[in-house]
Design a protein around this ligand. Sequence first.
Ligand code: 1GP
Length: 244
Amino acid sequence: MKTDLLNWKHVFKLDPDRYLDDDDLEQICRSGTDAIIVGGSSGITYDNTADLLSRIRRFEVACTLEISDRDAIVPGFDLYFIPVVLNTEDGAWITGQHHKAIRENSSILDFDLVVPEGYVILNKQSTAALVTGAHIPETQEDLTAYALMADRLFHMPVFYIEYSGIFGDMTWVRAARATLRGARLFYGGGIRTPEQAVCALDAADTIVVGNIIYENISLALATVPGRLKHKSEENNHESSHSYL
Ligand code: 1GP
């Protein structure tokens, strides 16, 4: 199962603390996306996480928990992503919370399902940046150095560039991906249109779509690669969207 993520191109991230009605949830789960990540930066509880998992489990899509609160580690997910924030000096988000979580949950955590993420936050206004005290990379070289840390120093399977809420600089993302040998580059942040999805997927290995789900479900669904292809073919038979 763990190696399946190597093939993911598109995932939706659902926040247990935000409301999504059954129809919208069904459309997301049946959209053709490769997986659902359950996660958020605030208001995450065991109950709202378990509730969302049980609703997603009515469908066949793979479902991963991105752990942000050690009191909300719910059994039954396919994988457990554990973010290690590389651009903070606050040890709580590098090893502190992780140590407590593992100490408290070692009997129930299946380490074959655990996926460490080397996580770099680039939107200084985001809740994740404020909570973790992230130092935002100032140059492309700052970012690629974090990519090298995740890939060569810590041998993490995922390097996650988190622009949460804003669409990032794809030149930086592309440069970071070019440095990776083993890690897969996840990009998330501000993907609100099919065109942005195409652009981000050209720069990253896997794109993560979050906020737009709660703002405009049709636009969110239109970011799924299979649908993108269909849409672009309808609109332009000579479409240059060739990544599919
Ligand atoms: C957030 O990376 C994800 O953790 C997706 O970002 O919500 O801006 O789409 P958006």
